[in-house]
Design a protein around this ligand. Structure first.
Ligand code: ZN
Ligand code: ZN
Length: 252
């Protein structure tokens, strides 16, 4: 008898509950959520705790560069740096600040410990883009931030390219991983100060005019910290004749 009641309990659990895609905890299954668009929040099949920890940032940031302000409910407003000197890219979309669960997921995905996070991270990146007010649907080509070939060989995959695949599917635009190349192997930006980052990354990218000239490029990456990498990559695309550069990142 215990065997059968156990069987029914398990069947009932599968009918009405699923596992959270991030932490594996049980979540009630809601049929209405299936097929929900990625701009919806929360994503399908996240538990309440993960959904809260991964919630998008909807206010209190600079719309020019995504710099995070102290009040998450404040109306987005240009930061002093963007007011005095606009960035080379036209628009920026991001999901949330680089902290907590989002940071943990990005790091463990990037260093190959949890490749299964790719699905949720792709949806977060796509959601960031579809929530953004301007521009994304007009991109002609999606350009992932490239790794230097030496680092690509060491890591085995480019996380930016992997994350961009969801965006490409959703907006129906191709990824061109050869439009932009890293011609110089730079020291990891995370070990450097703001000024050092700019000097370190200068001239690190080269874009192919045959692939970007006259086109709107959407640059995709996992994290934007000071923005020195994005500025350099955007400038390389503009120097090669890109009509405009937009940026989408998971975290800021
Ligand atoms: Zn969870
Ligand atoms: Zn700004």
């Amino acid at each position: 008898m215990a065997f059968f009641s156990g069987l029914f309990a398990a069947a009932g659990r599968d009918l009405f509950q699923r596992r959270c895609r991030v932490c594996g905890g049980l979540v009630p299954r809601c049929p209405k959520r299936r097929g929900a668009s990625p701009s919806d929040w929360p994503l399908a099949l996240l538990c309440a705790a993960c959904a809260e920890a991964l919630a998008p940032r909807r206010g209190g940031f600079c719309p020019g560069c995504g710099a995070i302000g102290p009040d998450p409910h404040a109306e987005p407003a240009l930061c002093p740096s963007c007011e005095s000197r606009p960035r080379p890219f036209a628009t920026l979309a991001f999901h949330a600040p680089y902290q907590g669960l989002l940071r943990d997921m990005i790091l463990s995905f990037k260093f190959g410990k949890q490749p299964e996070h790719a699905g949720v991270l792709r949806e977060l990146l796509t959601g960031a883009l579809t929530r953004a007010a301007r521009g994304p649907a007009t991109a002609d080509v999606i350009v992932p931030i490239p790794l230097h070939p030496a680092r690509l060989a060491w890591r085995g995959f480019n996380q930016s390219l992997e994350l961009a695949r969801g965006v490409s599917r959703t907006i129906g635009r191709p990824i061109d991983a050869r439009a932009l190349v890293r011609v110089r192997d730079t020291r990891p930006q995370s070990t450097l100060s703001g000024r050092e980052r700019r000097e370190n990354i200068q001239g690190a990218f080269l874009a192919d005019p045959a692939r970007v000239s006259g086109r709107v490029a959407l640059l995709a990456d996992d994290v934007m910290t000071t923005g020195a990498t994005m500025d350099a990559a955007s400038q390389a695309l503009l120097d090669a004749g890109a009509a405009r550069v937009d940026v989408v990142v998971l975290a800021r």
